[in-house]
Design a protein around this ligand. Structure first.
Ligand SMILES: [Zn+2]
Length: 139
């Protein structure tokens, strides 16, 4: 998978509006680790099921055994989204848009990836979950 530093300008699809990259991890680059609020994970699941941007090809997690697929199950128990096959978009209160691979869910849950605080807030907000001042990341 192509590596982009967190909060770098998004350029995967040039027709899109201005966005920032989050969660485009690669095994040859370090990433921030930490505990992420449950609401952020919940928000990303909601956004992951309602994904809008199918990616070209499938990206596998570089931190796990190659080629092993991960799925996100929808609330109806039937919808299944292949992680690494689409993007998650989140918009912050300041109007800034973020683009993350849906594999970010796997990175957070399995590899303790800790996305930037602004992205976490944007994900919770975009998913329609209750925002909170206390939504913080524990290092
Ligand atoms: Zn993995």
């Amino acid at each position: 998978m192509t590596y982009y530093p967190d909060m770098s300008p998004y350029s995967y699809d040039e027709t899109c509006r201005d966005m920032l990259n989050v969660g485009w991890l690669a095994s040859n680059h370090g990433y921030t680790k930490g505990l992420v609020d449950d609401r952020v994970v919940e928000a990303l699941k909601i956004l992951g099921i309602a994904y809008e941007n199918q990616m070209r090809g499938i990206h596998h997690c570089e931190f796990c055994d190659a080629g092993r697929p991960f799925y996100l199950a929808g609330p109806d128990g039937e919808t299944k989204v292949l992680l690494g096959s689409a993007e998650i978009r989140a918009v912050g209160g300041d109007g800034i848009c973020y683009a993350a691979p849906n594999l970010i869910l796997h990175y957070i849950v399995e590899h303790q990836y800790c996305p930037p605080e602004e992205f976490c807030q944007a994900a919770v907000r975009t998913a329609g979950l209750k925002a909170s001042e206390e939504l913080s990341v524990v290092e």
